[in-house]
Ligand binder design. Structure first.
Ligand code: AMP
Ligand code: MN
Ligand code: MN
Ligand code: MN
Length: 289
């Protein structure tokens, strides 16, 4: 499918987690692509937002966000928190817990990689990422490619990092109910990220939506990079069925992949948009995504 441009992109990563660009470089790229609104949503981390806001000043609206890892029925699920209050004690406290889990997990992955003859992988990832960054499996995938141990990210996951492979480490993320509740308490909007990327059956996806709704979830991502019309139509139907608001985001990490800032199908016009919520008001949305 050809890339379709949206001026609004509510899911992206910088080198404060597993993205390759600094927050400033990411924001400049979004400006170059003609975006009016960009949410920076690093994994379990808000460290890049201050810099991103500075770079965005007067040129683009920068929406503070984070992508939180949580557990639902033994699955690792991502919930994007949008329009968050960066000074919220509840949020900062929660992120501290996530940080400790991430450090422990990343070090355990590194120990497993050591056994495969890949030395000091944790330290090498930390060196390449921004200061204080969340280290994710995405960081390890990039390192493995750089070291010539994998052909590309996908290969790194299929050979080492995904569930069932030699360097996979299970993590005890907080339950999805706790995650959603925390986001609500910090004044943000909980958005279920990329619902079709969890390899769940349609029955399980519906169960996921039902629980997300029951816990207080308010929106789901309906449009992402290069998504087929049938996939968007399906997610749009679930969005309406469970009365969620719709969000969209490229989940951009780095150059050279099929994902690009703002290169994503617009949301179906009949859906309620996440930016129509009063919490989005300070960010001056005037255009259609
Ligand atoms: P983590 O939260 O540490 O489990 O890492 C998740 C991140 O790894 C995602 O946000 C993606 O950036 C990346 N990732 C997960 N699965 C894949 C995959 N199959 N291929 C490439 N990247 C992936
Ligand atoms: Mn990632
Ligand atoms: Mn994700
Ligand atoms: Mn993401």
């Amino acid at each position: 499918m050809a890339f379709i441009r949206s001026k609004i992109d509510l899911h992206s990563h910088s080198n404060a987690s597993d993205g390759s660009f600094s927050p400033t470089a990411l924001v400049n790229r979004a400006i170059d692509k003609g975006l009016t609104h960009l949410a920076l949503t690093d994994h379990d981390c808000i460290l890049g937002i201050k810099e991103a806001k500075q770079a965005a000043l007067g040129k683009i609206e920068l929406i503070p966000g984070t992508e939180l890892s949580c557990t639902w029925r033994n699955e690792q699920i991502h919930v994007v928190a949008l329009f968050i209050d960066l000074n919220s004690k509840v949020l900062l406290n929660y992120l501290e817990g996530q940080k400790q889990k991430r450090i422990e997990r990343a070090q355990n992955i590194s120990l497993k990689l050591e056994k495969q003859g890949i030395h000091n992988a944790y330290e090498e990832c930390v060196k390449r990422a921004g200061s204080g960054a969340s280290i994710t499996r995405g960081n390890y995938a990039k390192l493995l490619v750089e070291l010539g141990r994998a052909q590309d990210n996908e290969d790194a996951f299929n050979t080492y990092l995904k569930k069932g492979k030699s360097c996979y480490v299970k993590t005890d993320w907080p339950d999805m109910s706790v995650c959603v509740d925390t986001i609500l308490k910090t004044g943000g909007i909980p958005v279920l990220a990329h619902p079709s990327r969890y390899s769940l059956t349609n029955t399980k996806i519906r169960a996921l939506m039902e629980d997300f709704k029951q816990y207080g979830g308010l929106a789901i991502e309906v449009s992402g990079c290069q998504m087929k019309t049938t996939e968007i139509d399906y997610l749009a139907s679930l969005c309406e069925k469970y009365d969620f608001m719709a969000s969209l985001g490229s989940d951009f990490h780095h150059e050279g992949s099929y994902r690009e800032l703002g290169f994503l199908p617009k949301l179906p016009i009949n859906l309620k948009k996440v930016w129509d919520d009063p919490r989005a008001k300070p960010y001056n949305f005037i255009t259609e995504g």
